[in-house]
Design a protein around this ligand. Structure first.
Ligand SMILES: Cc1ncc(C[n+]2csc(CCOP(=O)(O)OP(=O)(O)O)c2C)c(N)n1
Length: 342
């Protein structure tokens, strides 16, 4: 269900489960593989950080996998995305390789930014990953710019900026949304509402309950989906992508989701802003468990087939970490390389 552009307030939709039909086996396995790749990449990155092996900051995406996997399963390599400080999941789901990602986290020359960017700046233009961004809301106008360029050139590509509930308070979001609306650009704004901006609960930083309620102000529709259900996210973003590709303009999709770890790192700096019970309640509806249970109970995928995906991903992780650890550090002599263009 979508609200219309002319409504002053949008239709409220309860984000509980999906009534969308179960996709084919091929699609289920694809969603599962994308989610498991994110979960295991992040789990390993968290372990490495706790072991003191990674420099810089690490904002883990664990818990939110269904959003990146569901959204990206609708996209082609030529479609473009921009990301946030919590960007590994988006990169992995868009098709980035573990070897270059781990090497970047380790600060080595084989990383996506030759070891100069670190966790918050992973990009891969060859797969339309325009980059993660440490500036909250910073990626939103970048994706809108990519959508403008696509429309200007007559290309049928779509751009998705991913951002959090906190980022929807930033001026860049409102300017970009206004521009996307008035220029009718092929953009799907995907807000991952995990209920918190750092340590501030949504009710303390926004008067509205839903980020989706902001879309009518810019003249385009919005949809709320269950961000723990990859099938529901795929369906919601799929509708919006199709609309954008066919000249229908932007949509805002809000996925209600949750992060399992703290804002930064694994244990986090403070623990008082949310309860253990709340975290455990969300884990009960873990996105990977939900998808596995549904696919197995409906007889579309076997437990053994899912187990094989976990094993393949773990082998890829082990090999890629070894590769990254063996990659050299950048040479200090060319520290200014690529800072300025000729
Ligand atoms: C412009 C700017 N302001 C403040 C910060 C500090 N900061 C980093 S993450 C964050 C909260 C972002 O919350 P949200 O957009 O909901 O994303 P989430 O962390 O929940 O994924 C803030 C305030 C920043 N990096 N950039």
């Amino acid at each position: 269900m979508t609200s219309t552009a002319t409504n002053a307030t949008r239709e409220a939709i309860e984000p509980v489960g999906s009534n969308d039909p179960t996709p084919s086996k091929e699609v289920l396995l694809d969603l599962h593989r994308r989610m498991v790749r994110i979960r295991q990449f992040e789990t390993e990155a968290g372990r490495l950080m706790e072991g003191g092996k990674l420099p810089g900051f690490l904002h883990l995406y664990v818990g939110q996998e269904a959003v990146a996997a569901g959204a990206m399963s609708n996209l082609r390599d030529t479609d473009q995305i921009s990301s946030t400080h919590r960007g590994h999941g988006h990169a992995v789901a868009k098709g980035a390789q573990f070897r270059q990602m781990f090497a970047e986290l380790f600060g080595r020359v084989d990383g996506y930014c030759k070891g100069r960017g670190g966790s918050m700046h992973i990009n891969d233009l060859s797969i339309g990953m325009l980059g993660a961004n440490g500036i909250v809301g910073g990626g939103i106008p970048i994706a809108v710019g990519a959508a403008f360029a696509a429309k200007y050139r007559g290309e049928d590509t779509v751009a998705i900026p991913f951002f959090g509930d906190g980022a929807s308070n930033i001026g860049a979001f409102h300017e970009a949304a206004n521009m996307a609306g008035i220029l009718n650009l092929p953009v799907v704004f995907v807000c991952e509402n995990n209920g918190y901006a750092e340590f501030t609960a949504l009710r303390d930083h926004m008067k509205l309950e839903n980020v989706a309620d902001r879309a009518p102000a810019y003249g385009f529709p919005s949809e709320i989906c269950d961000g723990m259900d990859a099938i529901a996210v795929r369906a919601a973003v799929g509708r919006a992508v199709e609309r954008a590709r066919n000249g229908g303009g932007p949509t805002l999709v809000e996925a209600k989701t949750y992060r399992y770890y703290d804002h930064q790192g694994v244990k986090g700096l403070r623990k008082t802003y949310r309860t253990v019970e709340e975290v455990e309640a969300w884990k009960e509806r873990d996105a990977i468990k939900l998808l596995e249970a549904r696919a197995v109970s409906e007889g579309v995928v076997t437990e053994a087939e899912f187990a094989q995906i976990w094993a393949e991903v773990d082998a890829d992780i082990a090999e890629s970490v070894k590769f990254a650890e063996n990659s050299p550090f950048p040479d200090l002599a060319d520290f200014a390389l690529n800072v300025y263009s000729d």
